[in-house]
Design a protein around this ligand. Structure first.
Ligand code: FAD
Length: 459
């Protein structure tokens, strides 16, 4: 296969997970790459003001990290989570709902900035990638092939990659010339990140090897461990709940009533709540991800989703890998490569966007609903009996690389059979399940468990 590109210089806007990973792939294709990033270099500046913010990394994100050769470094900073630890009100012993029974069915808590630092180091180590920090793109002139930055500076480009996140300026520019149409569907719920600090000796105060959830119907708290012993805790709630929490007394009383054990673990919750920003949550529905073989969107810039399936970054990395594959397949016709990339990924992006919205309901109320628990257990039992024909939706999304749209289709099919079975004991569910088409094989890179899944905290 010819992998020598016609263009030799590539410009990426945004050095987040998508932009940094893409830079490595493009350098491997032979491009000279320049990344422009609006923020300072996170390897030299603490841009999160001392807070650790982490993400759940799963199979679809792990595969590209193997592919670009950073997985050993990533392994050193991740914490495996074997299931959801569900904290119900008044129950001092939370229940662990394991994600699955197979060795690779574990998700991994990883620091957003530490992962980014590994990717930026690897990109620079190719010798073909230059990163310019504190350079915020303002606008794109496609006719003149120039970029204008917030400080007024202007730079030419040959090939432009918009990896500049949900509020992408590159996408705005594509919209302005009619190449892209998009809208953001905002959720009526916001979020706020808090920190649950470590014990004085640096150990975790609750089990680090689980994703903790305090489901409360309309709102919820979740917590993911960091290697330093603290947890990133995220509060998700309707805007009306946030509006009612404006004084320290209101915040203290709300947390004492709703999450009493968390109050004792985060004694300064009112201070943190007042000083940490409130974030919005939305789904980006975008059509037209590229223009003229000269510009293309990737990651959140093309398909930002709500975080309830823990898949935004995983999907972004999977898209970067798909983009690399299509560019290598059509190096002399990048317009076709970009069109084929969008044709492959758009249905998957839409599917995970919908499944992420569904999962919010599952997390804040489903996990304590007896009907949900019965169905989930039946799905796991059926998977144990017919592993080639059925897998719970969560597992197809998190622990496989089957296209998201296929996972969504199969999940609907399976849910219908399971729904009949739980209401009709005479239904022959085993025969129905074995009539389903066999599950696709895992990506060869996803077949092995490459990240530590048994240890407690990385050293
Ligand atoms: C609360 C929350 C929890 C999440 N949890 C998870 C999770 O557990 N698992 C998961 O997989 N995903 C999760 N996500 C989603 C994940 O954060 C994103 O999908 C992922 O970061 C997207 O990566 P990206 O590189 O496309 O975009 P970003 O990470 O947004 O990177 C974009 C980069 O572009 C830069 N930039 C923006 N504008 C400009 C400009 N004009 N000029 C130059 N640079 C610019 C930004 O500074 C940034 O560095 C979560 C998201 C949220 C909000």
């Amino acid at each position: 296969m010819n992998t020598t590109p016609t263009n030799t210089s590539a410009t990426i806007i945004g050095a987040g997970q998508a932009g940094a990973t893409l830079a490595i792939y493009l350098a491997r294709q032979g491009f000279d790459v320049t990344i422009y990033e609006s923020r300072p270099d996170l390897r030299r500046t603490d841009i999160d003001a001392g807070r650790s913010i982490n993400l759940a990394l799963a199979t679809r994100g792990i595969v590209p990290l193997i592919d670009v050769g950073v997985i050993d470094h990533v392994d050193a900073i991740t914490i495996p989570m074997r299931g959801r630890m569900v904290h119900t009100p008044g129950d001092p012993t939370p229940d662990l709902l394991p994600y699955g029974s197979k060795a690779h069915e574990v998700i991994h808590s990883v620091s957003r900035s530490d992962l980014n630092a590994i990717l930026l180091d690897e990109a620079e180590a190719t010798g073909l990638v230059t990163i310019e920090f504190e350079c915020a793109l303002d606008s794109v002139d496609f006719a003149a092939s120039t970029l204008t930055f917030a400080d007024g500076r202007s730079e030419p480009f040959d090939l432009l990659f918009g990896a500049d996140g949900a509020g992408s300026r590159v996408r705005n520019a594509l919209g302005a010339i009619g190449a892209s149409t998009y809208e953001t569907e905002w959720l009526d719920h916001d979020y706020k990140e808090l920190t649950l600090s470590a014990n004085p000796d640096g150990t975790h105060r609750i089990d680090p090897n689980a994703l903790h959830i305090w489901p409360r119907g309309e709102f919820m708290l979740i917590a993911l461990a960091n290697p330093e012993g603290d947890f990133t805790v995220t509060f998700f709630a309707p805007k009306s709940t946030f509006a009612a929490l404006s004084t320290p007394a209101e915040i203290d009383s709300f947390f004492a009533d709703e999450f009493p054990e968390v109050t004792s673990l985060i004694p300064d919750v009112a201070d943190q709540f007042a000083s940490n920003p409130t974030g919005r949550l939305g789904t980006l529905w975008a059509n037209g991800w590229s223009y003229d073989g000269r510009a293309v969107l990737v990651g959140d810039a093309a398909h930002a989703i709500v975080p309830f399936h823990g898949q935004g970054m995983n999907a972004a990395l999977e898209s970067v890998r798909a983009l690399d594959r299509h560019m290598r397949a059509s190096p002399d016709d990048l317009a076709a490569a970009f069109a084929n990339y969008e044709a492959e990924r758009k249905p998957d992006a839409d599917a995970i966007a919908e499944m992420a919205l569904d999962n919010y309901v599952e997390m804040r109320s489903g996990v304590v609903d007896p009907d949900y628990l019965t169905k989930r257990q039946l799905a796991l039992d059926l998977e144990a009996r017919h592993p080639n024909h059925i897998s719970p939706r969560y597992n197809m999304v998190m622990f496989s690389t089957m296209p998201y749209a296929e996972a969504q289709r199969r999940a609907h099919e399976q849910a219908e059979l399971i729904s009949v079975a739980v209401h009709d004991p005479s239904y022959d569910i085993d025969t129905a399940v074995t009539a389903l088409s066999p599950l696709p094989h895992l990506d060869p890179l996803a077949d092995t468990t490459v990240l530590s899944v048994t240890s407690g905290v990385p050293t």
